[in-house]
Design a protein around this ligand. Structure first.
Ligand SMILES: *Cc1c(COP(=O)(O)O)cnc(C)c1O
Length: 433
């Protein structure tokens, strides 16, 4: 780095190339650089407009630059930014009251991301088990293809070995079982298990809804063995599936629930929710984080919760689900050589690639992006849609139009270059998708 800084560091010209020059190469971002967004509309450096069906990976659920959220944040940033945990503050007290009123939980802990919320949940489960049953009760059971974050503990608990390779030694006493497999759960959840952590609908793993009978079996096994049941609702929560949290539709109550992503609509915040009885095991000094419960983040989350947790708002998510699902079913029926049967809940939807188009989800989303529609993938074999929950019928129709045009080009590409080796379909990290 040159010692002499450009005098205009805030205004110097930057491009996508700058990323490759000065960022640690953990991501492979798109060629275009977004500069501005409002609702589901987004503009890049060239002034080209896109329809955003990614919500920053299920984060900006109220759309970009939501006026009420902006107003709440602006008011708070002229009032009080930060205190540290030697003091509490009004927004965090209001947010904890609202979240516990809206859920099974009685206690909340705040942090800054999904990984941190899961880290807190797993540490709480260990502490609870060790205090109540003794140090032999320490095993964590999780599911293959699950995703729980990128700290060493949470990435090891996550069920994708490609994300832990090279980071060994990994924390011990972790077991991974196939998702939605009751027999495997029965065999794995023994008396030495401190916690079972599961996504009620697997997001990064391919948008795979949990079977309610499976989640109920996990509840029963946890009750029998004294293990805590942790639901990771970092992606599925905050209205994404049509209820505030997905567990409400599964008729299963967890002991601990984690939230992040849409909780702050893009302002970093994570939360761990639990009961009074369990929470008491994390006493003064046992866990914490500098920014956790910061007035800015909790002000935003409070406004987000206030808007999302309304019957009419959540009913609209289910209505939008029906409209998009109808389109995706038609797309899969018209192009069986490209797509399999769509799946998902609410506005977390997965469109798997057909056998003949395997490994090419990224090829498809790149074409759609060129045509002005931003989509996600969930691994190399699934296109994922996660539009803001405020998506309109007109935007749903526009996304459908672009997806159909993109399929035509996807197929034309395949015919143009029959002998060409299949384009390298990189498997980006889920948080880079
Ligand atoms: C995104 C995600 C995480 C990690 O959240 P970060 O804020 O990236 O740490 C954890 N669990 C699930 C289910 C997620 O989708």
């Amino acid at each position: 780095m040159n010692a002499q800084l450009d005098s205009g560091i805030a205004t110097r010209s930057v491009t996508r190339q700058t990323f490759d020059d000065v960022l640690v190469p953990t991501y492979a971002p798109a060629a275009m650089v977004p500069v501005r967004a409002s609702g589901l509309d987004l503009w890049d450096q060239e002034g080209k407009q896109y329809l955003d069906f990614t919500s920053g990976i299920a984060v900006t659920s109220l759309g970009h630059a939501h006026p009420e959220v902006n107003e709440a944040l602006t008011k708070q940033l002229n009032t009080l930014w930060h205190l540290g945990n030697g003091y509490t503050n009004e927004p965090v007290l209001r947010l904890a009251s609202a979240l516990t009123e809206a859920t099974f939980a009685e206690r909340a802990f705040f942090c800054n991301s999904g990984a941190e919320a899961n880290e807190a949940a797993l540490k709480l489960a260990r502490k609870y088990a060790h205090t109540k049953f003794g140090p032999h009760k320490s095993r964590i059971v999780s599911c293959l293809a699950s995703f729980h974050g990128r700290t060493l503990f949470t990435v090891s608990v996550g069920g994708q070995s490609k994300y832990t390779e090279g980071f060994e030694p990994l924390p011990p006493e972790l077991s991974h079982i196939p998702y939605n497999d009751i027999e495997a759960a029965r065999a794995a959840i023994t008396d030495d298990v401190a916690a079972v952590i599961v996504e009620p609908i697997q997001g990064e793993g391919g948008v795979i809804p949990g079977n309610p009978d499976y989640l109920k079996a996990l509840r029963e096994l946890c009750d029998q063995t004294g293990a805590l049941l942790i639901f990771d609702e970092v992606q599925s929560g905050m209205g994404r599936t049509g209820t505030l949290f997905a567990y409400e539709q599964m008729n299963v109550k967890p002991d601990v629930l984690t939230s992040a992503k849409a909780l702050g609509n893009g302002y970093p915040i994570g939360a761990m929710l639990t009961t009074t009885e369990i929470a008491k095991h994390l006493g003064v000094g046992s866990h914490g984080t500098t920014y956790g419960g910061n007035p800015l983040a909790t002000t935003v989350a409070l406004k987000v919760l206030e808007i999302i947790n309304q019957p009419a708002f959540l009913a609209r998510v289910k209505e939008a689900n029906v409209a998009i699902m109808t389109n995706l079913l038609q797309l899969a029926a018209d192009f069986p050589q490209v797509f399999g049967q769509p799946r998902g809940m609410g506005l977390l939807l997965g469109l798997p690639m057909a056998e003949t188009s395997k490994g090419r989800s990224k090829d498809f989303t790149k074409i759609a992006e060129k045509m002005g529609l931003m989509l996600l993938i969930a691994g190399p074999d699934v296109v994922r849609l996660a539009p803001a929950l405020i998506v309109s019928d007109a935007q749903i129709a526009e996304a459908n139009r672009i997806m159909r045009a993109a399929v035509a080009e996807f197929l034309a590409d395949a015919i143009d270059e029959p002998a060409a080796p299949r384009k390298e379909a990189p498997v980006p990290a889920p948080d880079a998708a």
